[in-house]
Design a protein around this ligand. Structure first.
Ligand code: TYM
Length: 362
């Protein structure tokens, strides 16, 4: 039996990278009948609205996007009778365990996180630019700017991986299906498990295993060297699950490829073509190499047509279902309420044990 946990930020309607790198895997786990009979796995999927607070958000907008994400997950096939689908903030123990884990987390471990380091770098860059624009004399110290960069960033962004570890450990998850960008955070969670067990001389937590799909890193449709992301300011760079058929076709048609003739899968030399093949393969349940072989004599334009067809036929039913669900807010609210009660039960039982183990009241 697998105990599965995964989370997604409340960014409204998810993009194709979320779907292929993660959500599709969540849905597939529901179908895994390998042990026969009922679903052998216990599945917990959370819309992580506490994580969303690390970037200042309008409260009304945050609520709306949390709700939309929950509806989108159901539209993608998350069945609330097979999976526990819940808002992270509805289960107080996430924050409680976050604090307990933060108190045993060395700062150095968090300093090493690449997502944090890239935020820090961006901040340094901005500070250098604004300092340079202000300073005309030679007394400007680049060094000084560098050492102060972290001061402008929010603590929550720094401790983000601790909350993520708390999410996983609170359910004693054995498996965590995510895209590649979350792997380092989960390695951190594994390190914390060992650290906690050693510190408290208890084998309380199990080591969570990361589950990746072959489409663990879907790239931008504008720049195939960057990952597809909701935060990309260019909307043409991503497909969102509620894009119209026309929008999907147009975005794929304009995606940069190369002038090599024939279709081959070679992410290093042909990142644009290879990204399209990865998308196609994930949707047609094949692998990119076989897809390339089957389409080897096609032109890039023909490949794009095939990819657009695959994306449209997979996403249009999801889009329609999402539209239907968003029209019945009470239904979604009721599902979340029921599922949150289930999540709370599991989480608070585990939190009681943890609290006892570390000597505080639960
Ligand atoms: P988030 O919300 O950024 O992304 C949700 C999931 O989508 C995957 N993903 C991608 N996969 C492939 N290609 C892409 N271009 C792409 N973009 C996003 C992400 O890897 C992720 O699996 N910190 C997490 C949420 C979280 C979580 C957790 C995950 C909070 N607590 C506990 C697992 C376990 C995040 O921000 O994901």
């Amino acid at each position: 039996i697998k105990r599965v946990f995964s989370g997604i930020q409340p960014t409204g309607v998810p993009q194709l990278g979320n779907y292929l790198g993660s959500i599709k895997n969540w849905v597939d786990l529901q179908k895994d009948q390998s042990a026969g009979g009922d679903n052998p796995h216990e599945l917990f999927y959370s819309v992580v609205d506490l994580h969303a607070l690390t970037i200042p958000r309008d409260p009304k907008q945050l609520q709306k996007e949390t709700f939309e994400m929950a509806a989108a997950l159901i539209a993608c096939g998350i069945d609330p009778n097979k999976s526990v689908l819940f808002r992270q903030s509805a289960v107080a123990a996430h924050s409680q365990l976050y604090w307990a884990l933060g108190c045993i987390t060395p700062v150095g471990w968090l300093n090493r996180m690449t997502q944090w380091k890239s935020k820090l770098q961006q901040q340094q860059q901005q500070q250098v630019e604004s300092a340079e624009s202000m300073v005309t004399e030679s007394n400007f110290s680049r060094l000084n700017v560098h050492s102060n960069a972290a001061q402008g960033l929010l603590t929550g962004l720094f401790t983000y991986p601790v909350l993520m570890a708390a999410d996983v450990l609170l359910y004693k998850a054995t498996h965590v299906p995510v895209g590649e960008d979350q792997v380092q955070h989960l390695e951190f969670a594994r390190d914390l498990v060992a650290h906690f067990n050693k510190q408290y001389k208890k084998k309380h937590f199990v080591l969570p295993t990361v589950m990746l799909t072959p489409s663990k890193r879907i790239m931008s449709l504008k720049d195939p060297l960057r990952k597809m992301s909701k935060s990309d300011p260019n909307e043409q760079a991503r497909i969102t699950l509620n894009d119209t058929d026309d929008q999907i076709a147009r975005k794929i048609k304009k995606a940069p490829t190369d002038s090599i003739s024939g279709i081959t899968f070679d992410p290093g030399a042909r990142p644009g073509v290879s990204n399209l093949l990865s998308i196609y393969a994930a949707l047609r349940d094949t692998d990119p190499e076989s897809a390339a072989l089957a389409m080897q004599s096609l032109s890039n334009a023909q490949l794009k047509e095939a990819v657009a067809e695959a994306v449209i036929s997979s996403l249009s039913p999801i889009r329609e279902e999402l539209r239907r669900l968003l029209g019945d807010q009470e239904h979604i609210e009721r599902i979340l309420g029921e599922n949150e009660a289930k999540a709370q039960q599991v989480a608070s039982a585990n939190w009681k044990e943890i609290a006892k183990c570390i000597g505080i009241s639960a």
